[in-house]
Design a protein around this ligand. Structure first.
Ligand SMILES: [Ca+2]
Length: 166
C-alpha cells in the first residue's frame, strides 16, 4: 500500500497478518509538509465478535460508561442470505476524529470502499441520532477503534433485517 498527497483516507486501519509491519517514509529533494501521524496497537487475531441473529443490540465496551483507550474490536452481524441488515445507531458519543466506528457492507472489515458510515464525535449531542444504515449484503462488518487518550461514553446500536430485493 502506497500513501501520498492529501487524499489518504483518515481512520483507515492497516492490519498485519504477522507480528511485524514495515513502514517506509520517502521524501524527495523539494517541498516539505507537515507529514503524518499514526497509532498502532497489538490485537489478538480472530477477536471478531459475531452476532448471528435477526435482531439484537451491540454497544461499545462498558457502555454507557467510558470505553477503554487503545481499543480495537471487529464485530460482524450475520443474517440469513435472503436478507439485508438494517443498523440503527441510537446513541453515539466518542472523542472526535481519534475514536471512531466504521460500518462496512459485507464480510471484509477492512474494505473501506464498502463503507456505509464512518462515525466519530458527539453525534447524539449534535442531533444526528438516530442514524440508520442499510446493507446490500447479508453481513455487516463493524470496526471500533480508540486511540491512547480521551474516552467517552461510546455508542449503542440496534440491528434488524429486511428482505433482500432482486
Ligand atoms: Ca480517544
Amino acid at each position: 500500500m502506497v500513501l501520498g498527497g492529501t487524499n489518504v483516507p483518515i481512520g483507515f486501519v492497516y492490519e498485519s497478518t504477522q507480528r511485524y509491519m514495515t513502514l517506509k517514509f520517502h521524501t524527495d529533494y523539494s517541498n516539505v509538509n507537515t507529514g503524518w501521524f499514526l497509532n498502532f496497537i497489538a490485537s489478538t487475531p480472530n477477536a471478531t465478535a459475531y452476532f448471528n441473529a435477526t435482531m439484537g443490540t451491540i454497544s461499545s465496551p462498558n457502555y454507557p460508561n467510558l470505553y477503554p483507550n487503545s481499543f480495537l474490536q471487529f464485530y460482524k452481524i450475520v443474517v440469513p442470505e435472503t436478507k439485508i441488515v438494517i443498523v440503527e445507531i441510537t446513541d453515539f458519543v466518542t472523542e472526535p476524529t481519534f475514536d471512531y466506528l466504521r460500518i462496512i457492507d459485507g464480510n471484509n472489515a477492512t474494505d473501506i470502499s464498502q463503507t456505509l458510515g464512518l462515525l466519530s464525535g458527539n453525534l447524539t449531542g449534535n442531533g444526528s441520532i438516530p442514524m440508520t444504515f442499510y446493507s446490500t449484503q447479508s453481513i455487516v462488518s463493524l470496526l471500533f477503534y480508540t486511540d491512547h487518550s480521551i474516552n467517552k461514553s461510546g455508542w449503542t446500536l440496534d440491528f434488524r433485517t429486511a428482505p433482500k430485493l432482486g
